[in-house]
Design a protein around this ligand. Structure first.
Ligand code: GLA
Length: 667
């Protein structure tokens, strides 16, 4: 991706409007500083009104019109919404749930990712679009499909079952290997023929966990295969045009680490509920994931809302200034583009009450004014383009471990990865410590601190990598129920957490998950007392030192938080979930031990500080989420790109205020 300016725009669905509106759209887009639109995402029925009969005239006209107004196009393959005629001709292309229910035409994403007819039609329309527009000057990016895995995460039809068996044959090569990996000796589930293997359709009790895990891997690979197939078609005709598809944040169904490595640029749709007082933490975490997925290269916020969405039970408006604040948060966390769903608010259909850049009421509106102001302000950020965000801290994130952890029949079925990630991310966010997300098999040596919340499944190479990281001087913070199973979801014997037992210098004898009404507390070596909940590990120290001990229950007095020196590094271990003040204490200890410094010290609450740098220049982003004016101590000097104001010693921000300060010593 190599754009000369910050990207600004949104999904554009002109097929919902008459031609006179198109002219007005182009003029208004110019007025708002729009320079990119995602075009034709759901236009398959209009582009191919009958099988093999194509109508590109309307799209030709739009491509020309947009180009004439200086607006580039992120052209979509419309394959997320197959036309009704396809369903009439090939009803077996419809997805089927685990219970055997068919999901019919009538909304969108009504296709099975394993249907051969669908694939033929999808690659044909992608090829037609590429041929038609390969030389069009407006074309700058391909937007493949839309939100893979949204609405329909998996399909259990017979075609899918056959594809699953094909995938399993490739993975295991023999039934003996599959029977071993799946532990089919348990409950007498052995398979004697490949044909006997079903997808994990509804069954009387807990399905085989390895079957479920392989199903998750297979399903994720299937969506990636859909993308790869179209990408290959597009690249064959337009090798120079970057290809993306829009992600959905921490979407469990698709291994985005694997998927992102197939994309030219990572893009994401983010719809935080800004009526939640901690929305910026959730949104910040998603931004950090996107930056990390693209190996810290700039990414694009492909969709956000200007104000309310339509799909929550109650759809709160974004208060004045909050859309701008969220947009700058994404840029501060590495985005080089801000886009919306959608350009013009629909007047019909399921999303007519979803906000747009241009609202029903028209130009005399708060939303339009905010859209125009932001679009006309963004060009001031040109110097920041392509710069990066540096981080000393990483949280380990592995989709396979997430899938395995979230399966049922565990010591506590309430244990889920996302709240655990958030429990570690939030105190770092509040301290203005920037965090990357890293896969446990990647080189971790760039980080001073690595956090592994509930890394339940680890491969041999991930275990070796993490041990190696600590041995060579890294600081690790690992929480309970980590290193428990291998990639087959088989227990790693040898005392929990077996692959890390020596590194953390302890062994866990038992897991003691709590009932809903139970709680406990811990007392730290510096005599602080914190409540803890949900779970206790019954820990025996081997080499580690206790930093806190449980105060109640049959294991009272045994260690709850520990630290072990291993090689040149330190491994902290947490055998419970301390409440938020306890988490603050813990994060303070590990940050001290790893010499982690926040972007800036002593920032008031409700302020987010981040830095982008390109090696020559650095920019400090200061964002005020609080309802108060704030003064932020600042030990540098610099000039705000947005207002031209010079700051030294202090930065002043109004409520929802933003400053992007080019630091003097970096010129
Ligand atoms: C998703 C989709 C869009 C639209 C928005 C509404 O992100 O990609 O087409 O439905 O949600 O919030």
């Amino acid at each position: 991706m190599n754009f000369p300016h910050m990207i600004y725009g949104g999904d554009y669905n002109p097929d919902q409007w008459t031609e006179d509106i198109w002219q007005e759209d182009a003029r208004l887009m110019q007025e708002a500083g729009v320079n990119l639109v995602s075009l034709g995402i759901f236009s398959w029925a209009k582009l191919e009104p009958q099988p093999g009969v194509f109508d590109f005239a309307w799209l030709d006209q739009l491509m020309d019109l947009l180009h004439a107004h200086g607006i580039s196009v992120n052209l979509a393959t419309p394959t997320a919404s197959p036309p009704a005629w396809m369903v009439r001709l090939h009803p077996e292309m419809l997805p089927v749930t685990a219970e055997g229910v068919t999901l019919w035409h009538g909304s969108r994403r009504h296709y099975c990712p394993h249907n051969p007819d669908y694939h033929q039609y999808a690659t044909r329309i992608a090829a037609k679009l590429a041929e038609r527009y390969k030389e069009h000057p407006a074309l700058v990016m391909w937007h493949v499909d839309n939100e893979y895995g949204c609405h329909v995460g998996e399909c259990f039809c017979d075609n899918s079952a056959a594809a699953f068996r094909g995938w399993l044959k490739q993975r295991y090569t023999s039934l003996d290997k599959l029977n071993f990996a799946w532990g089919t000796a348990f409950w007498g589930q052995q398979y004697g023929e490949w044909e006997e293997i079903p997808p994990p359709r509804s069954s009387p009790s807990f399905p085989n966990p390895t079957q479920q895990l392989d199903w998750a891997r297979f399903t994720s690979d299937s969506w990636l295969a859909c993308f790869d197939e179209q990408k290959a078609v597009l690249k064959a005709v337009t090798p120079q045009i970057p290809v993306t598809t829009n992600f959905m944040g921490f979407h469990k169904g698709i291994d985005y680490v694997k998927f992102a490595s197939h994309e030219d640029v990572v893009s994401n749709d983010n719809y935080p509920d800004t009526s939640d007082s901690e929305w910026m933490i959730q949104a910040g975490m998603t931004c950090d994931l996107m930056r990390s997925l693209g190996n810290r290269r700039p990414w694009i916020l492909m969709e956000q809302s200007t104000t309310h969405v339509n799909w929550r039970q109650r759809n709160a408006t974004k208060l004045p200034g909050v859309m701008r604040l969220g947009s700058y948060q994404a840029i501060a966390r590495g985005a080089d583009g801000i886009m919306f769903f959608q350009w013009r608010q629909s007047k019909a259909g399921a999303e007519k009450f979803h906000s747009g850049m241009y609202p029903h009421i028209g130009a005399d509106s708060r939303v339009w004014r905010e859209v125009k102001e932001l679009g006309n302000e963004l060009p001031k950020l040109a110097p920041v383009l392509s710069s990066q965000v540096q981080s000393d801290t990483a949280i380990l994130m592995d989709w396979e471990s997430w899938w395995a952890l979230d399966l049922d029949s565990k010591p506590s079925n309430d244990l889920r990865l996302m709240p655990q990630l958030m429990a570690y991310y939030a105190p770092l966010f509040k301290r203005n410590i920037t965090v990357d997300f890293a896969h446990p098999e990647t080189d971790l040596s760039r980080y001073k601190l690595v956090i592994a919340p509930n890394l339940y499944l680890v491969t041999d190479s991930a275990a070796a990598n993490i041990n190696h990281y600590v041995e060579n001087g890294g600081t690790l913070l690992m929480s309970f129920f980590s290193g428990i199973v291998d990639e087959n979801e088989h227990i790693r014997l040898g005392g929990y957490p077996a692959p890390f037992r020596e590194m953390v210098g302890l062994v866990v004898e038992e897991f003691a998950p709590y009932s809903e009404t139970q709680s406990n507390s811990i007392c730290t070596v510096d005599d602080k007392q914190f409540k803890c909940g949900f779970w206790s590990d019954v820990i025996h120290l081997e080499n580690a030192k206790a930093l806190a001990a449980f105060e109640g229950d049959y294991y009272a007095g045994s260690p709850a938080i520990t630290c072990n020196q291993f090689g040149k590094g330190n491994a902290f271990y947490v055998g419970t979930i301390p409440e938020s003040d306890g988490m603050e204490w813990l994060i303070e200890q590990v940050c001290k031990s790893a010499s982690i410094q926040p972007v800036s010290m002593n920032a008031p609450a409700g302020v987010e500080l981040l830095q982008r740098t390109n090696g020559k220049s650095s920019w400090l982003f200061a964002l005020n989420y609080s309802a108060e004016k704030v003064t932020i101590p600042f030990d540098g000097r610099g000039r705000d790109l947005l207002t031209g104001a010079n700051f030294n010693e202090s930065i002043y921000l109004d409520p929802t205020g933003v400053a992007i300060i080019q630091l003097d010593d970096s010129n």
